[in-house]
Structures are given as C-alpha cells and as structure tokens.
Design a protein. Structure first.
Length: 80
C-alpha cells in the first residue's frame, strides 16, 4: 500500500514537472518570437534613420509626411 502511494505521488510530481517544462518552453518560444520581431523593427528604423541622415531629399520628404512641414512657396489648402 505504501509503495502504491509513493508511486502515485511520484507520478503526480513528474506530471506537474512535465507540464511546467512545457509551459516554460512555450513561454520561451513566444518571447523569442517577440525578440526577433523587435530586432527586425529596430533594423527597419535604423535603415530609415540612416537614409534620412544621408539623403536630404528623403529627410525633406520625412519632414513633410511626419511633421506636416511645407516648403517655401508651397500653398496649403485646408478642406473640411
């Protein structure tokens, strides 16, 4: 009877440990995917920043698009 109880407790502990290991692997895989996405986004931002710094035309276009800046002698028409 004691051997059966010890066996049941051992199996229960083993099952919990396997479940925790599976959850840890899933969490690791999800975190790894998020890190890769962040690295990709950082590379895109770095590339865009480099293009803006090296090319005045790209810098002017970025300023117009993001900051809503206008060039000299441009006419802005606001439609509502």
């Amino acid at each position: 009877m004691i051997i059966l109880t010890v066996s049941a407790l051992s199996y229960s502990a083993y099952s919990r440990a396997r479940e925790q290991e599976r959850e840890a692997r899933d969490s690791y895989n999800e975190t790894s995917a998020r890190v890769e996405n962040a690295k990709s986004l950082n590379r895109q931002i770095k590339d865009r920043t480099t293009r803006i710094r090296q090319n005045p035309e790209v810098a002017a276009q970025a300023a117009q698009n993001q900051l809503r800046l206008i060039r000299r002698n441009e006419v802005v028409v606001s439609l509502r």
